[in-house]
Design a protein. Sequence first.
Length: 155
Amino acid sequence: MGTAKTITVNRKAYHDYSIEETVEAGIALTGTEIKSLRAGKINLAQSFARIENGEAWLINAHIPPYDAGNRYNHEPTRPRKLLLHRDEIGMLAAKANQKRFTLVPLRLYLNKKSLAKLELGLGRGKRLYDKREALAERQSDREIERTLKMHRVKV
């Protein structure tokens, strides 16, 4: 993915979920939606994916209306179809139902052919103490790096 242009990353997903596995999916978009995406306007913070009737859907992703759009502009939070192979959908549905996983959008980007792609993650929700533990671990790592840096300078 050397020439892929990342549009947005869902940082909140990494905070709220422990991600076990990732899958790349295409998205079925209208013309004004892709123009808004290329302008870098999208919010994935409250969004999730759901599998219904053998199809994958991106729910609650907010793509604001295109500024230069006309009366045929899109609805900002409409459900958008995710383009996956049938066996990938089956695998995701089985894992999501069986092991209590959630399908979380992690990153939206344009690939080298300028097609919008969504990186979906199979995540299990973190409890409050897990979040605190991760925060404490990150702070201790920073402290260690800081002391090592100070030590290297003195020597």
